[in-house]
Design a protein around this ligand. Structure first.
Ligand SMILES: C[S@@+](CC[C@H](N)C(=O)[O-])C[C@H]1O[C@@H](n2cnc3c(N)ncnc32)[C@H](O)[C@@H]1O
Length: 291
């Protein structure tokens, strides 16, 4: 499968990170290496890019594409970023980028079980070596746990209705595939709005399976420890739960004198970018400078 990948807000990322020759940069969400490649083009012969991702399959592809002695690609979750850098003998970096969420590759590879179009088993793990999958949650979690996940991570105000339908379906047989779950939600909520009625349920499960919000908090805290004075943090988020965490983190650390907030309002893609790359449409970029 060939997926053309367009790094989101690439020009703004370069400006916010203030990428310069000889600098050391961390791409904490290397994915298909789109941003890493752009950063690499500006670091000169002495610069370095450390691309990290918890998805080994993404790293494998990126390794084939970005084979360069100035690039180190390493499997790591945000929560392990500091240890991963220290293992490379790096104690301070000039910039750290987080381009959150799932990649097009993860979404479009139906075998990964992220998409409600998938007839494959419910999975949604970014790191395929992790034990917990979406199947376990959907089929084993209690009604109360599922309602909480859908409310908290999907902002699904009809969570109780969706979960009741899941519990009823579970009595008949296990809910094995993404398409089965999407159909159950569709029948519980009916059509309405522009998006598929299961969108919020799927977002919630994905966030829960991958512990995305806790990972983000730990990753941001680690960045503060790893950035050199004057180093830059750049975060692109795709939904309000993530953006709120990033916004509050930068605001609190600006008040505490740890960082300088680089922009009050987040940067967003132009209409032109959204036309070329519709998946960029909800992107919000925020940045800070380490003091
Ligand atoms: C939107 S994609 C990044 C795309 C990348 N910027 C590019 O240009 O190719 C997000 C990536 O972040 C990874 N990711 C998400 N949460 C992570 C975490 N907590 N730790 C490590 N990687 C994570 C995902 O596996 C995915 O590959």
């Amino acid at each position: 499968m060939t997926i053309v990948h367009l790094p989101v807000l690439a020009r703004d990322v370069m400006e916010v990170l203030a990428v310069h020759q000889g600098g050391i940069y961390v791409d904490a969400t290397a994915g298909l290496g789109g941003h890493s490649e752009v950063i690499l083009s500006k670091v000169g012969q002495d610069g370095r890019v450390l691309g990290m991702d918890r998805d080994e399959q993404a790293l494998k592809r990126t390794r084939e594409r970005l084979s360069d002695t100035r690039v180190i690609l390493k499997k790591s979750a945000f929560s392990q970023m500091q240890e991963a850098l220290q293992a490379e003998g790096i104690s301070g970096v000039d910039g750290i980028l987080f381009d959150l969420g799932v990649s097009m590759m993860q979404m479009k590879d139906l075998s990964r079980g992220f998409s409600f179009l998938s007839g494959e088993r419910l999975d949604m793990r970014m790191d395929s070596s992790q034990a917990l999958t979406a199947w376990d949650m959907v089929n084993r979690y209690s009604e109360k746990q599922l309602i909480q996940i859908l409310r908290e991570y999907g902002e699904e105000f009809r969570a109780a209705r969706v979960v009741r339908a899941i519990m009823n379906a579970r009595k008949e047989k296990a809910i094995d595939t993404c398409a089965e779950l999407a159909d159950i939600v569709f029948r519980a909520l009916g059509r309405g709005g522009k998006t598929h009625p299961a969108t919020k349920t799927f977002q919630a499960l994905r966030i829960a399976v991958n512990g995305e919000l806790d990972e983000l908090k730990l990753g941001l805290a680690a960045s503060l420890r790893m950035l050199k004075k004057g180093g830059r943090l750049c975060v692109i988020s795709y939904h309000s739960l993530e953006d709120r965490i990033v916004k509050n983190f930068i605001r609190d650390n600006a008040r505490a004198g740890n960082v300088n907030m680089l922009m009050k309002k987040p940067l967003v893609p132009s209409r032109e970018e959204i036309r070329h790359n519709p998946s960029s449409r909800s992107a919000k970029l925020r940045g800070a400078e380490r003091l």
